[in-house]
Write a protein that binds this ligand. Structure first.
Ligand code: PLP
Ligand code: COI
Length: 369
């Protein structure tokens, strides 16, 4: 590993032994030279990262080390056959300086569903949580103390065996990186409803946070951007008539006063943690919620008759990203002014109040670091 952040002249290993995680601290932090007023998503990494290797049925050598490059065999299964997946979650700074991680147990659970689907080893949930809590603790000064800012946490696992046969790797690495981030989008989204390309089909692995799902989405997403859109909404693989999800968020709508979102029972879309959170908060607020197939024609109709009063992407990175308009079959439909939408404003406030510790955490969603 190349500890690029450490000035080699001043370099020394400050080893702190915890029973299981060996911590090697970067001597010189990059914190002071980081511009927290200009955080482009996923470009600035905190001082440290977590890593552990899997071999012979065991996770061995838990380490927190200075953030830097790693070496890999060019023959490893990740590079050729895509045995790789990730998670995304966030840590928040409260007004009293304490730091919490939001619904980490849900990501731990989903991490293992992805591992299972890709024939990769399970990671004990306590190891997932411990690795993240320890890393956030070491880099707690990197959690921004600003409204709508947080520390984005990126756990991921990939195959490391050098073998070109098409079989699951025998060895893996699990790592965690963190990045201070602000809002993902600066404005409401113009989205294109995609009716040509497919993200995932029944029996596929759309529900897994597999690297391959994102690689395969890049061409359609780039085409949409070239056409002037900010994001895609995927539709079902069979008929392209029903809404699935967005590129990196679940799609949610308020129609006829009810919160409506596509159901997850066909395993084609990600079981979003934010989706689940918003459904719960909506029920708390007294809204009726429906998880069911949503026909594109319903959205078109709802725009015309005024019954579609809110539409947004819900995700960890996106938070609640308002949809300003959607395009379907070459026609663009404009929705109610995002600034005047009642549900998403209330849901965002309720969500932020919990994540930033403004109100009691009655659902037990905050893991205090
Ligand atoms: N759908 C996709 C394809 C995503 O990449 C994400 C982001 O993680 C989501 C949905 C939302 O999931 P979550 O709320 O757990 O971040
Ligand atoms: C997340 O919200 O964690 C995501 O995975 C989005 C990311 C692909 C940008």
């Amino acid at each position: 590993m190349d500890a690029a952040c450490v000035n080699s002249f001043f370099y020394f290993h400050a080893m702190t032994a915890s029973p299981e995680i060996k911590i090697t601290k970067a001597v010189r932090s990059r914190l002071a030279e980081t511009d927290f007023n200009n955080l482009q998503f996923g470009t600035i990494f905190s001082d440290h990262m977590f890593m552990v290797d899997y071999a012979d049925g065991e996770w061995k050598d838990l380490q927190i080390v200075p953030y830097g490059d790693i070496t890999l065999s060019p023959a490893c299964t990740t590079l050729h056959y895509g045995q790789a997946f990730f998670e995304g979650l966030k840590a928040y700074k409260h007004a009293d300086g304490s730091v919490s991680i939001f619904r980490m147990n849900k990501n731990a659970e989903r991490f293992n569903h992805s591992a299972d689907r890709l024939c990769m080893p399970q990671l004990p949930e306590e190891l997932f949580m411990k690795s993240i809590a320890a890393l956030v603790d070491v880099d707690r000064d990197w959690v921004p103390a600003k409204a709508n800012h947080s520390l984005y946490i990126r756990p991921f696992m990939f195959a490391t065996e050098a073998y070109l046969g098409v079989t699951p790797s025998k060895t893996y690495k699990y790592m965690v990186l963190t990045c201070p981030v602000g809002p993902y989008f600066s404005k409401p989204l113009r989205v294109k409803i995609e009716t040509n390309y497919t993200r995932a089909a029944e029996g596929g692995y759309g529900y897994a946070k597999a690297a391959g799902n994102y690689g395969g989405a890049m061409l359609p997403a780039r085409k949409a951007v070239e056409e002037g859109f900010d994001q895609l909404i995927w539709t079902d693989a069979k008929e392209h008539k029903y809404i699935e999800e967005m590129g990196a968020a679940n799609a949610m709508f308020v129609m006829d006063g009810k919160l409506v979102t596509p159901s997850i029972d066909k395993n084609t879309i990600l079981k979003g943690v934010t989706r689940d959170t918003i459904l719960t908060l909506a029920r708390d607020m007294g809204y009726e919620v429906e998880e069911r197939p949503i026909a594109i024609t319903e959205l078109v109709e709802g725009t015309k008759n005024g019954k579609l009063t809110d539409a947004f992407g819900a995700g960890t990175a996106f938070t609640i990203a308002p949809i300003a308009s959607f395009s379907y079959n070459g026609e663009e439909y404009f929705l109610k002014d995002p600034a005047a939408r009642e549900f998403s404003a209330r849901a965002l406030k309720a969500l932020n109040d919990i994540r930033y510790g403004v109100v009691p955490d009655k659902h037990g969603w905050n893991y205090m670091v």
